[in-house]
Design a protein around this ligand. Sequence first.
Ligand SMILES: Cc1cc2nc3c(=O)[nH]c(=O)nc-3n(C[C@H](O)[C@H](O)[C@H](O)COP(=O)(O)O)c2cc1C
Length: 175
Amino acid sequence: MAAELPCAQFLLSRRSVRRFKPDPVPLDLVLRALDLARHAPSAHNRQPWEFVVVRDRGRIEELSRIHEWSSPVARAPLAIVVLADTRQAPDSYMQDGAIVATYLWLALHCVGLATVWIYTLNKAEEIRRIIGAPDHLFPVAIFPVGFPAVEPKPRPRKELRELVSLDAYGARLPG
Ligand SMILES: Cc1cc2nc3c(=O)[nH]c(=O)nc-3n(C[C@H](O)[C@H](O)[C@H](O)COP(=O)(O)O)c2cc1C
């Protein structure tokens, strides 16, 4: 069997971080993460996404108030809104957007920055208003970004055996 790559440890060490140091985040580091994230796959390689890096405190505060779980945004020096283009990819924008958002989360982790995915689906119009985005861009996720002020413990996960079937649904792993 091929040796497992060190990226397994990388994947396992990603966390949702909701508290950040007050230190400013260099824009170069954010751009490096975005430059990595744009290599995400997409249907027909349409790459139907754009990113808004929000540093303005007024807009950050507004984004932090969109719902009851969005408060981590207010504790971050900046936030990134991931936008998926519904015109460019009407049949796949949600999947493409989710993939690039996941890549971005991992890319931020890769460059030493911390974040958490903030839910957006029922607040699209409000988010578009806050950042001034047009109607055809759907906000897939908001990522508050900063250097981590905490090291959260891993959250529990379902067991592999509960998730995998062999050949047909429900045929669980032996043993
Ligand atoms: C689609 C999605 C939406 C999420 N929305 C929020 C949110 O609005 N606020 C929040 O604090 N965490 C949010 N999270 C983070 C999850 O709570 C977190 O990923 C989960 O508890 C597992 O923890 P971990 O990321 O540290 O492994 C979201 C995660 C995903 C993937």
